[in-house]
Design a protein around this ligand. Structure first.
Ligand SMILES: [Zn+2]
Length: 127
């Protein structure tokens, strides 16, 4: 019992190592705490269903996030603690200030994500 529960944090830490490489490098611009929600390419979330972001790219899961470009410039790489590295490719009417919307392929998955406070690491330079 004890061995199993103590193994969990270690696995979590090792899976984060790669993503933290640039976070700990000179590419890190700033960190901020953001309120994160999720969306999918359905008409309920987007008012359309073509999956094209406001920057003209095709939204991809584990890559696309929507941001407020006044806070996070479009094209920025953003590491979200525990979730991985994403690219700011989209915007949204409700995404203002320290808010991030993560693109997911499935509406129910997006709903299940709910609202989470997550530490975000913003990279210098644009993808
Ligand atoms: Zn949706």
């Amino acid at each position: 019992m004890a061995a199993w529960s103590s193994a969990l944090p270690q696995e979590f830490a090792s899976s984060e190592t790669d993503a933290f490489a640039w976070v700990q490098s000179e590419r890190l611009e700033t960190t901020l705490t953001v309120t994160v929600t999720a969306y999918c390419p359905c008409p309920i979330c987007c008012g359309k269903s073509d999956g094209i972001t406001s920057s003209g790219t095709l939204a991809k899961k584990q890559q696309t996030i929507a941001v407020d470009p006044d806070v996070i410039p479009i094209g920025s790489e953003v590491y979200l603690e525990g979730l991985g590295t994403f690219i700011a490719e989209d915007t949204g009417g409700a995404i203002k200030g320290n808010r991030i919307d993560i693109f997911m392929e499935d509406h129910n998955q997006a709903l299940l994500f709910g609202i989470q406070e997550i530490k975000a690491y913003l990279s210098k330079g644009r993808v």
